[in-house]
Design a protein around this ligand. Structure first.
Ligand SMILES: Nc1ncnc2c1ncn2[C@@H]1O[C@H](COP(=O)(O)OP(=O)(O)O)[C@@H](O)[C@H]1O
Ligand SMILES: [Mg+2]
Length: 254
């Protein structure tokens, strides 16, 4: 297998695989027979696995990466397929704590699939629009770690994220708040003047183990993990999102 290093070529192959994945595996097999010269970096069906916010985090939930020093987990979450009126009961039965981040279940490259909202109170939950994932909001000091996995190489950068939710917000906010698309516009926080406990990058050995495990379980080599560290619990990390091949070429280090 060859690694294509030209940005344009790699993007071309990526868009091909997305289209081909949608056309079904038979089409993909035929294409590969006719064009054996095209490098397959990652199989389309494995890429598709990341297009659903439930299946993308399943592998993380199954990982046993917690050690004496750190814990890696996913926020508690619930999938709602339909019937918004059933959401308050489903949330209560699952024991989820508000506020909840509501995320469209399917990530299909449209901006709508990245329209997230924050639900503060139970009474507003029926206003949400399934199918979606409801995830507990985790305070994390407003900083997100973007971890890029490229084969065995790992790069991590800091990005500004959503601010923490405090007691005042909890007491005074009601309803559903549309969240800004922070993940796309997020400015780099690599040189910001931050509290060192918030700025500190996740430990390298942890990221290496995580990258290795997820590469194997997802069957992919090029992907990105959005990771946050719980405020006040310096060793507890949450993986909130995994994307395939995200903006990799914008990173000068490649
Ligand atoms: N469970 C959560 N707790 C706290 N913040 C979250 C949580 N989930 C998402 N966020 C915030 O929302 C942003 C977007 O969420 P994400 O799941 O990465 O969706 P997408 O990148 O598809 O828009 C994250 O970068 C983070 O700032
Ligand atoms: Mg994201």
């Amino acid at each position: 297998m060859r690694l294509v290093l030209s940005p344009n070529k790699a993007h071309l192959i990526l868009s091909c695989t997305r289209k081909l994945a949608r056309s079904g595996s038979g089409f993909w097999r035929d294409y590969h027979e006719v064009h054996p010269e095209v490098t397959v970096l990652d199989p389309p069906n494995a890429i598709e696995h990341l297009n659903n916010r439930q299946s993308m985090l399943e592998e993380v939930a199954d990982l046993n990466l917690s050690s004496f020093y750190e814990e890696v987990c996913t926020p508690r979450q619930l999938v709602i397929m339909k019937d918004p009126s059933s959401i308050p009961t489903a949330v209560a039965m699952a024991g989820l704590t508000l506020p909840l981040v509501a995320k469209p279940l399917v990530v299909d490259g449209t901006s709508k699939s990245h329209e997230l909202s924050l639900a503060y109170d139970e009474a507003s939950l029926p206003m949400l629009d399934p199918p979606l994932v409801l995830q507990e909001f985790v305070n994390h000091g407003g900083i997100l770690f973007k971890v890029y996995i490229i084969g065995e190489a790992i790069q991590v950068v800091r990005r500004f994220s959503l601010p923490d939710v405090n007691t005042y917000d909890l007491l005074n906010n009601v309803g559903i708040y549309r969240l800004p698309r922070v993940s796309c516009a997020a400015a780099s926080a690599d040189h910001a003047d931050l509290d060192p406990r918030i700025a500190e990058l996740p430990p390298r050995p942890l990221l290496e183990k995580l990258g290795r495990e997820l590469r194997g379980r997802l069957g992919l080599r090029l992907f990105n993990i959005d990771m946050i560290r719980e405020l006040g619990a310096n060793d507890r990390y949450y993986i909130i999102d995994i994307n395939y091949f995200p903006g990799i070429w914008e990173n000068a280090w490649l």
